[in-house]
Unconditional design. Sequence first.
Length: 196
Amino acid sequence: MKRIVVFGAAGRAGRRVVAEAADRGHEVIAVTRSTGDVTDVDDVARLAAGHDAVVNAAARVDVPTFFADAARALVDGLRRAGVRRLVGVGIGTALEAAPGVAVHDAPDFPAPYRAFSLNHAAQVDVLRGADDELDWLLLAPPPVVLDDTADRTGRYQLGEARALPGGFSYVDLAVAIVDEIDTPTRHRAVVAVGAR
């Protein structure tokens, strides 16, 4: 059994991570906006203390610096709490559509969605700047709307920096996230995840 903190526990990804981790017998602290702020280093340190891993599934579309702010608070707060493993939900639109070209850089990519994708991707530079003590991973699903009603298959594939095809679900994303806490295979990286 591991002790896991899940930020963004009320969201579509977060609540499935909570359920998946609990089903495996882990002790889970489900953090919502009313119980903790992932952009507040003191909240992160307080909630993470004594835990084995943290999942960040929190998202805000109304705060242009949300993801970078959260990453900074997580880097500092987890260092203070002595927690080494962080697994976060990335965004597929920041992955490559072609070598060196992000999905959100396509000429016909909608501007409002591009702003959100850039906001989301801003956390990567913060995480890459963290010291080696933080073993972070961002799992980025396909750049499409994920299935919110599909049943758990437990099957998925991990890629590299290239976006994987669509047809993936939140529940199987949760499986991949908890697998990377139970038995980490990727470290300090942004990794595509999708259906297998």
